[in-house]
Ligand binder design. Structure first.
Ligand SMILES: Cc1cc2nc3c(=O)[nH]c(=O)nc-3n(C[C@H](O)[C@H](O)[C@H](O)COP(=O)(O)O)c2cc1C
Length: 291
């Protein structure tokens, strides 16, 4: 990464959508929306709903498939030097391996972020991310199919995040992303219907930040591989908090929807905050919470 700040998968499209608003080359990396082997249509609408200090979504991982991504998006990045992290998912373990093999072979792709934690699809999500044995089979398969760095994105709704963090490290992951959105629900009390067509969704935004901080703090004590922390990061101070908890880098997600330049504000503000405290590197700040 060029600097410690990327954008969270699914909150920044594939990148071109934001290119008119910010200089993508200033980001530490662009992390794109999840890609599977085949094109996927996603869930019926409504698939987003605003909640107190956050949002619920059940987008359901629509996307153009690996070949669609290679044809449409990779050429766009030839004009940029920002590192590209591609978020991947599959309906089966074999699917995960196949998409990793195809995209891992693309020269422009710097790393794969393995989404084993989407709360909004029956396959590829909750199932693999919350059962440590299934989780291992996915990470093993992806590791076997590519040599480029793999970042495993963990589910927050597990009893012991350390077990999943360690399993990913043992299976050869190069890094962790913590956390995905938290399974949640909201109801329209007039119609007595769920606010999302999918009935349940994933909660993101400032409402989940304290959950994410705890998970990063716990995982950081269990593994040596670096962690990209995310969950509600909106201001530079939020990034400082994640790094103190043990993150090496951070991702800005839901905040992109209210201000497309959120990640740039976090980059600049983090640099200023560190300079103000005479802190020369993220390594100096990382894990310094006195807990
Ligand atoms: C609309 C939306 C779509 C998302 N799509 C994906 C996805 O495709 N793959 C994935 O791993 N995470 C996805 N996420 C989860 C985010 O990357 C992130 O982990 C989560 O939202 C927490 O960060 P935040 O609170 O800053 O948004 C999505 C989140 C939102 C809000």
């Amino acid at each position: 990464m060029k600097n410690p700040v990327t954008v969270a998968s699914g909150t920044f499209g594939y990148g071109p959508e934001y290119a008119d608003y910010i200089d993508l080359d200033r980001l530490g990396a662009v992390t794109v929306k999840g890609i599977s082997v085949e094109p996927h249509i996603g869930n019926p609408t409504p698939r987003t709903f605003e909640t107190a200090s956050g949002m619920l979504n059940a987008i359901g991982l629509p996307g153009p498939g690996a070949q669609g991504f290679i044809d449409k998006t990779i050429p766009f990045y030839e004009n940029y030097d920002v590192p590209l992290i591609v978020n991947i998912w599959g309906k089966t373990v074999e699917d995960y391996g196949r998409v990793a093999e195809i995209l891992g072979a693309q020269e422009r792709v710097g790393a794969l972020e393995v989404n084993v934690s989407c709360p909004n699809v029956k396959e590829g999500g909750a199932l693999y991310g919350t059962n440590v044995d299934l989780f291992r089979t996915v990470v093993d398969e992806v590791r076997a199919k590519t040599d480029i760095p793999i970042i495993v994105k963990l589910a927050p709704n597990v009893a012991d995040i350390k077990a999943f963090a360690k399993a990913a490290e043992e299976c050869g992951a190069d890094g962790l992303a913590i956390m995905n959105s938290y399974p949640a629900m909201a109801i329209d009390i007039e119609t007595r219907k769920p606010q999302l067509a999918n009935r349940t969704g994933g909660l993101s935004g400032p409402a989940i930040k304290p959950i994410a901080i705890k998970l990063v703090w716990e995982a950081a004590q269990a593994v040596k591989i670096p962690i990209i922390g995310m969950g509600g990061i909106t201001e530079p101070e939020d990034a400082v908090e994640f790094i103190m908890a043990g993150a090496t880098a951070v991702a800005v997600g839901t905040a992109n929807f209210t201000d497309p330049s959120s990640a740039l504000r976090v980059i600049d503000g983090l640099e200023r905050w560190m300079a103000g405290k005479n802190i020369g590197s993220v390594a100096e700040l990382r894990g310094t919470v006195e807990a």
